[in-house]
Ligand binder design. Sequence first.
Ligand SMILES: Cc1cc2nc3c(=O)[nH]c(=O)nc-3n(C[C@H](O)[C@H](O)[C@H](O)COP(=O)(O)OP(=O)(O)OC[C@H]3O[C@@H](n4cnc5c(N)ncnc54)[C@H](O)[C@@H]3O)c2cc1C
Length: 404
Amino acid sequence: MSEVVVVGGGPAGLSAALICARRGLDTTIVEKRTFPVIKACGEGLMPGGVDALKHLVRQELINKMEYQKFSGIRYIAPNGECTSGYFGKGDGWGIERSELSKLLSQAAEQEPKIKILENTVATLKGSPEQPIVHFNHQTLRPNLLIAADGLHSPIRSWAGLNGLPSKLKRWGLRQHYQITPWTNLVEVHWSKDMEAYVTPVSPNTVGVAILSRRELISSWQKPISLKETVQVFSNLGPKLLLSEAKDQLIGIGPLHQTVKRTGTGKVVLVGDAAGYLDAITGEGISNAMEQALLVDRILEKQKEKPRLDELVIDYSNQLPALMRSYYWLTRLTLLLHRRPSLVNQVVKVFQKTPWLFNYLLDLNSARSFSEAASHSLQIHGRNHGSELLKAFIRRSIGEIRKKS
Ligand SMILES: Cc1cc2nc3c(=O)[nH]c(=O)nc-3n(C[C@H](O)[C@H](O)[C@H](O)COP(=O)(O)OP(=O)(O)OC[C@H]3O[C@@H](n4cnc5c(N)ncnc54)[C@H](O)[C@@H]3O)c2cc1C
């Protein structure tokens, strides 16, 4: 009998399954596609996510994976000005989703307590208090159902955990290009209507992801390449014109999904299923793995026998605090989309105060003001960074309140 069923074999599901199995729980993963599983993604794993990945997967397996380190983020403003921020602690990794999927699924295969069912669609019956999982004419009645079934999670809806629909309708697309990465930074190119994210993922490949509003997606469905679309970015378009697309264009949206809670009865939501704001800060995979590590900390505290009903309550109570800085920084960064002149100004400010950009990047990874401030202090020798950031955030909140 499987005590835990995980629906979805993306980074969230595989990470959560690894944690449960290592805590002694018989765990079944049900994934509707075959591994390695891909998804539209910018494929930049921030330093916090790299730490989490190292915690989840043994180094011997990581050594076999192809990835490209990056040391920070470069913003290229609509007026062509640019500025770069650098991580204070550790590197980020650019990893193709197929590589990440291979890595995590191999780690899962090596766990004796994990059973993997790929190419298998799970459907739900019963209730969140007594979930019944159906697949391939089989039925499971788990003590814990982990819904890791992605952005538009059918289980979230079945469990009555969907939040209110959002007015923010942003979509994402991605494609890989055969070209030698020209920098060891992730580049974010800003224009009036969209952003392009360029991530080095191997010595001869970059991933290009685009985020924009829904109205623009219809014109993107026709071309099989992003090349035409990225011509609005004068620093990026010409580079891609000279290179070959390596795969098909894929996309997903709308991105913003809200939830009432992240657990009820015997069901917990992890990864994008647990709610998602936007990919603008590149934190989705890190969030998914951090959530799995939260499950780990809760199970560790329970010591002797895991009490899965309590886990659901503790997890949904503790998750908002863990996600707070992601939501703050993502909301703050979203103020820039569709405001080209504001991006021009922000880039100018970062050019004059590079430590501020570094500090914000550290905050994105560190998930607490004090941790980021201490990196900032060690690295940039500034003790007023935290005060300045608070003032910046206060001003932004004022702007959001005025808008709503
Ligand atoms: C354009 C774009 C750029 C992004 N850039 C970044 C970035 O640079 N860095 C970053 O960290 N994050 C980024 N993200 C976010 C990141 O892609 C997601 O946060 C991450 O994939 C979430 O993982 P997940 O496991 O929750 O969901 P998914 O990866 O979507 O996995 C869900 C899985 O569930 C399976 N499934 C669904 N229903 C069923 C069912 N009924 N039965 C069985 N299986 C099922 C699906 O097949 C899928 O494999 C980006 C997102 C977008 C859209």
